[in-house]
Design a protein around this ligand. Structure first.
Ligand code: SAM
Length: 334
């Protein structure tokens, strides 16, 4: 089995299919930076479906079992269901997932499901129209995302929900948020992370997962959340149950980093391989692909990169590491 320098296998591949997005979330793609004059990638620079499929096959031959399509906003990529169909057909792939803001799911869910997509992760940070509108930078209403979630459910897909919690921004009413959504989706609260270079992150804006859990429990009826076993190895969300059949997940990348279990490789929209969400530099896979590399050449390159991997940014997080430039979330995906 292919292992990195810290003994971690290669199991998951996250592929960003576009750097464009139809929201301007303040913590990810703030409108001041990603405005009308921002130069998004020209189409020729972005990996084609053929290139993504070839790379995915090479990764799968080295141990990857799970593929996640992300972005930018992946549903903006034209003919996305075709890509899903190509990826679900690769022998050895056990799971294909999509991370999306949900806005285009009413239009796309049926085709995505027909192409073999079984589940989606939808991002939604608040049900308060004012708070959500401010956070997404464009005043888009949470109803639009809820319509997307419903469309995915109607198409037979399972839904998980990602909620980034920022102190003083969307950290009131977390219990009500969870109560309103728990029957439609497994809600996972994510600690606000210092990804990218533009979101003004500081530790004070992080609401630790244990605080979120305490707030969910504060219902005056003594509800206690009990930890559940991980659904699968390398699961990043700690899962909890309220004892009445409802689940909630906590992704504590800041207060309880999980680098030791990290089995993820990430490929940006232009085909750069990153071995950590917080990397500043990666390995160009597009150049060899376009220069006629054979499958063996690709496997050799991937093996070299993975076997040399020693990233553990979240465990080392501190002043010095934070000052390093990092890849933008919109290039690498979540
Ligand atoms: N556009 C898609 C979406 O909205 O899900 C996919 C890409 S988005 C970058 C993936 C996930 O990263 C979203 O759930 C988003 O909330 C999360 N994210 C972005 N910046 C983050 C940050 N600084 N800390 C924690 N999560 C973040």
């Amino acid at each position: 089995m292919l292992l990195d320098q810290l003994g971690r296998p290669l199991r998951d591949l996250r592929i960003s299919v576009t750097d464009r997005c139809n929201l301007r979330c303040t913590y990810c793609m703030p409108a001041e930076v990603f405005g009308p004059d921002y130069a998004f990638l020209p189409r020729s620079e972005v990996l084609s479906f053929e290139e993504i499929e070839r790379l995915s096959r090479a990764f799968v031959s080295l141990g990857v079992r799970k593929l996640r399509i992300t972005g930018g906003e992946p549903t903006l990529r034209r003919d996305l269901p075709e890509l899903i169909g190509r990826l679900t057909a690769i022998p050895g792939v056990e799971d294909v997932a999509l991370t999306t803001n949900g806005l285009l799911l009413p239009r796309l869910s049926r085709d995505l499901a027909a192409a073999g997509l079984r589940r989606v992760t939808v991002s939604l940070d608040s049900l308060d129209p004012e708070v959500f509108g401010r956070m997404n930078g464009l005043g888009v209403s949470p109803e639009k995302v809820l319509d997307g979630i419903d469309a995915a459910l109607q198409a037979g897909m399972r839904v998980k929900l990602n909620t980034v919690v920022q102190r003083g921004v969307n950290d009131t009413g977390l219990r009500e948020f969870w109560l309103a959504l728990r029957d439609r989706a497994v809600v996972r609260f994510i600690e606000f992370m210092d990804v990218g270079n533009h979101n003004g992150w500081n530790l004070d804006s992080v609401v630790p997962s244990r605080e979120v859990l305490a707030r969910l429990s504060a219902d005056g009826q003594g509800t206690e959340f009990r930890p559940l076993d991980p659904a699968h190895p390398g699961e990043v969300a700690a899962r909890y149950t309220d004892g009445a059949g409802h689940e909630v997940g906590m992704i504590s990348s800041v207060t309880a980093p999980f680098c030791g279990d990290c089995t993820r490789a990430r490929v940006s929209a232009v085909g750069v391989l990153y071995t950590c969400l917080f990397s500043g530099a990666g390995t160009d896979l597009r150049a060899p692909l376009r220069a006629g590399a054979t499958d063996d050449d690709l496997r050799t390159l991937l093996t070299r990169v993975w076997s040399g991997r020693r990233d553990r940014y979240s465990e080392e997080r501190g002043e010095a590491t934070r000052a390093r430039p990092k890849v933008e979330m919109s290039h690498i995906g979540g």
